[in-house]
Write a protein that binds this ligand. Sequence first.
Ligand code: FE2
Length: 296
Amino acid sequence: MNDFEKKGYYLFKKAINPSLLSQIVKETEEMFDKGKKNLWPFIRVYNDYPYLKDNINVFGLDFPLNEKLNKNIYNLINKLDYVKKLKEISKWENFKTSVIRLHVFENFFNYEGFWHRDGSTFPTPNQIQSVIYLKHEKGFRIVPKNKNHLLEKYDYPLKDNPKKNSQLRGKLPYEMFDVIEAEAGDVLFFEAALLHQGFSKKERMHFHLRHENLINTIPADSNNNFNFNKEFLPNYDLDNLYANYNVYIKKNDFRSKFKRFLRLFFYFLPRFKSIFRNIFKNKDIKETLFHNTFYQ
Ligand SMILES: [Fe+2]
């Protein structure tokens, strides 16, 4: 049994050649800049803090390969040769890519997401996600496949997504999960239904993708090695995207500014709701008290 079969994830070190990597990094830095300045409408903002230097605290950019965002990135991504590695590791004949997003994060704020599974039900050998690291990053937490059954001990669901607050924000013991540390140019593959949590105390920049096994082999298209869904292709019409997207709107009225200020104020305090629930509600699993705060 190889490492991927045992743990359900594998980190390929130095999967991207350095010259291609530096070109991708250059383009993504520019894309990130557009996101921060709201020059790209399809952004995710999870913690809307006050704008520092007029920049939004962007967490992710959707449809990052669209030519309206960047003219070069699609061709560069298409040059990556880790498709071969994915097929090797998954033993799939062919696949499609149904998600791609650029995850970014600034230096100042900390981030801790919910524990969750991306696949419908554990295990998901036909759904593999990948993370293409463009900067050094440490923190992503993942419960390996061979430890999934132990989650029962901590009152976590074995197949589905956690639902209770104490599970979503639960303090799992360190021996239950692995912490991924990657360098720019490394690529992580993991089964979508492994329990995982985004965790970052420093800057980060990576592409996040989801690949799905295709049983019927389709002819390879050298212009679309990843077999991306059509909405991720560079020439996809933005008007179609607007219809189903909750676009972030930069607001500078007093109320919005005050809300952002309050969020920043609470960034320097423990999570009172979690303290309250830990005392009165949570029995076995306690919630972390410092998630998404300065003290995380
Ligand atoms: Fe996820």
